[in-house]
Design a protein around this ligand. Structure first.
Ligand code: CDP
Length: 215
């Protein structure tokens, strides 16, 4: 008989600047779970494409490049970390060019397959909080703790502006929600949390009511 307890997956999905990264990281810290930022992996792949001069609009060229790229995902201080072809992309993940191209790159099925496999790998060994766009709907459809965090467009714009980022979030949301493969959707069994008027602590508190604590 298999006596290994299945690992817990907490899925946190939502649109750009909805607060999901801050919430997911703090939630993972309080639970003692590993924190996995799937957007950072899509951003790393996008940065790689830009660095290699791949024409982003040519999906075949992106697919060919991603197939041969060495994408290494591991953990540092219980948080996901990505390296690609031996390089650390972390300083580049929020560059305007990456913001502008990431929706296009992440819409390509082969990119999603490769990143999805890495995300599932994290949950093989540890309890995880994973944030993204399709975590509850596609990557971990059997997860029993799914949350969709949202905020009004106005609040989200202000949050991104406060980070001094050049990022067309409305265009990115539109592209993410309308793509064919794994679009941004509210999973059927997800709890929706509007974070517009809530602090990070308040959102984490709400989520913790639905997630078992490990002592
Ligand atoms: O931080 P922010 O919410 O602005 O974005 P992110 O989580 O870093 O994700 C960047 C982009 O990666 C998104 O706009 C999506 O195009 C893509 N993404 C995705 O397709 N699927 C995921 N699970 C996570 C991110």
């Amino acid at each position: 008989m298999n006596t290994v307890a299945p690992h817990i997956v907490v899925a946190i999905d939502g649109p750009a600047a909805s607060g999901k990264s801050s919430v997911a990281r703090e939630l993972a810290r309080r639970l003692g779970f590993v924190y996995v930022n799937s957007g950072a992996i899509y951003r790393a792949v996008t940065w790689h494409m830009l660095r290699k001069g791949v024409e982003i609009t040519q999906s075949d060229a992106v697919a060919t490049e991603v197939a041969s790229a060495e994408l290494v995902c591991d953990l540092v201080n219980r948080e996901s970390r990505v390296r690609i072809d031996g390089l650390d992309p972390s300083a580049h993940l929020r560059e305007p060019a990456v913001n502008a191209c990431v929706s296009s790159v992440s819409s390509i099925p082969l990119v999603r397959e490769k990143v999805g496999a890495k995300l599932r790998w994290y949950a093989n060994d540890c309890d995880v909080v994973v944030e993204g766009r399709d975590i509850g709907s596609v990557v971990f459809p059997a997860a029993t703790r799914k949350f969709y965090v949202d905020a009004s467009p106005d609040v989200r714009l202000k949050r991104r502006a406060a980070e001094r980022q050049h990022d067309q979030i409305a265009a990115r949301d539109q592209a993410d929600a309308s793509r064919q493969t794994a679009p941004l959707v509210i999973a059927r069994d997800a709890r929706v949390i509007d974070t517009s008027n809530l602090t990070i602590d308040e959102v984490v508190g709400l989520i913790l009511k639905h997630v078992p604590h490990r002592v």
